[in-house]
Write a protein that binds this ligand. Sequence first.
Ligand code: G3P
Ligand code: MG
Length: 259
Amino acid sequence: MTVPGAAAHDARPDWPYPRWIAHRGAGRLAPENTLAAFRLGASFGYRMFECDVRLSADEASFLLHDDSLDRTTDGVGPAGARRWAELAGLDAGRWHSPAHAGEPLPTLERIVQFCLGQGCALNVELKPGPGTEYRTGQVVARQLRQSWTAAALPPLLSSFSTAALEGARAAAAALPRGLLLDALVDGWLQRARRLDCVAVICEHRLCNERSVRDARDAGFRVLAYTVNEPAEAERLLGLGVDGLITDRVDLFPPQDGQR
Ligand code: G3P
Ligand code: MG
């Protein structure tokens, strides 16, 4: 698998992304999926971020993990039922800590500009609300195709949803895709192959010698989420996993040993 623009950025021409990836921006020490979390991750030296992206009712792309607003904002109910003008006024930081009160939900565009400005790579997890799977993939991938400059490493799109990845492929086939897996169900490699993915992104306990070898033999890179324990990170690095997605930007120096 060759990622466009890779050779200029890394000695590993077929996998140019940093080894360490901050999860939900770096969303444990700061409110997840906010610009504050990205700034925090960057301050710890992180150069790649995972984030969760969904659509508002009027199809604005923005960052939020849950279908519902309740856990991480001062809003209530399904996020996908609200127009962006309403969502933009919510507080997505106070739930985390008083210091982050007033932190807004970020648009995907704001995060793209941050990453481009900082020279950071991005893994956009497509998190469609119910019934919007294909459309979410399509809209987000189209937007990224237009706003991500050709000089930078392309964003890696990922999802647990087959339909979301199909939508992304239809809108921007050249953007690399990763299939998220929380179980190695029958046909997992065939599913990744059918979606023309470049990587499988596995719940970390799914990674073992056999699964990593099978994925590699089938031509996929292997990433693992969410890796927060040093012994587990060591085990995964020993298996040759290509990327580790972590909440613990304070614990794992991203330049430690391997980028
Ligand atoms: O993309 C990896 C990971 O973020 C998937 O799980 O629930 O944290 O979005 P979740
Ligand atoms: Mg995620």
